[in-house]
Write a protein that binds this ligand. Structure first.
Ligand SMILES: [Zn+2]
Length: 283
């Protein structure tokens, strides 16, 4: 099957009152694990690239990552989408489109509302003219390590959502309702009432970032109440590192050819985790 446009999966999830799961991937091993898990569960999945994973080294990584996911998607019956996660820079987001990303996140949520609207609107116009879908962010998801439950001033304000979506024509919207990126110091408590209020004022599909560490009962509620795309990364990264440690412990002292077994070992560990997570996906 050829690559599916990620936004089509998000819209299908929206119609089904469900969420499509989207995974931040750094390399072949992670994309392989996502596709393996999608095949095993029969669920669709989106492979995302976080720009930082390549920009620290070379912008060439955009084209290579897109080509890799496309080639892998063509060799599976699972429905796989491709998406660029958090890009803060117009030139970078446009370059990703050139490289084959048909869905990008352009994040101007660090700006004031007016600037966020202006920048996202311009980028969305550019993207739509090229058949590319845009996700943006309203409110500030931020890092879990900086988070406290009282930081509701950074949460998405329901009264700004309709204006933002109408003005920008954005295809999906990441919201802040107590979720955050990375490791939560304490289990988060999603503001589901706020989600209801946001869902009531817009038909734009909603996205939940910072999925690792959110208790499953809260996730089920969030998916039933308007979240249509779910970003998941930190737990998979943790599993990746643990699998490397386990493998090296078994091969101590390591012989040079032991490295041949490492990819399969880390892929299996991540696949097992993703399969379990995908059980929450109702698509
Ligand atoms: Zn994010």
């Amino acid at each position: 099957m050829s690559l599916v446009n990620a936004i089509d999966l998000v819209r299908e999830a929206c119609d089904k009152r469900a969420a499509v799961f989207s995974f931040v991937c750094i390399d072949y091993n992670e994309v392989r694990a996502v596709i393996n898990a999608a095949e095993i569960t029969g669920k669709p999945a989106i492979a995302m690239l976080l720009p930082e994973y390549v920009t620290n080294f070379s912008l060439n990584g955009f084209a290579e990552f897109a080509a890799m996911v496309k080639a892998m998607a063509e060799r599976t019956d699972a429905r796989i989408g491709l998406h660029l996660d958090h890009s803060y820079d117009e030139a970078e987001a446009k370059y990703a489109m050139e490289c084959g990303f048909t869905s990008v996140m352009f994040d101007a949520s660090r700006d004031d509302l007016e600037t966020n609207i202006r920048r996202v609107k311009a980028l969305t116009e550019y993207a739509h003219a090229r058949g590319v879908a845009v996700e943006s962010e309203l409110g500030s998801v931020g890092l879990a390590k900086d988070h406290t439950a009282e930081q509701t001033d950074l949460f998405t304000k329901p009264e700004t959502v309709d204006l933002f979506c109408r003005e920008t024509h954005v295809d999906s919207l990441a919201i802040a309702i107590g979720n955050a990126h990375g490791d939560y110091p304490l289990p988060p408590n999603l503001d589901l009432r706020r989600l209801d209020e946001i869902d009531a004022v817009t038909d734009t599909p909603l996205v939940l970032h910072g999925g690792s560490g959110i208790p499953e009962d809260q996730l089920k509620e969030a998916f039933a109440r308007g979240i249509n795309k779910f970003n998941y990364g930190t737990d998979v990264k943790r599993r990746y590192i643990a699998a490397i440690h386990d493998y090296m412990k078994k091969h101590d002292p390591p012989q040079s050819l032991d490295v041949l077994g490492l990819p399969a070992a880390v892929q299996q560990a991540m696949t097992d985790l993703i399969v379990r997570k995908l059980e929450l996906c109702k698509m």
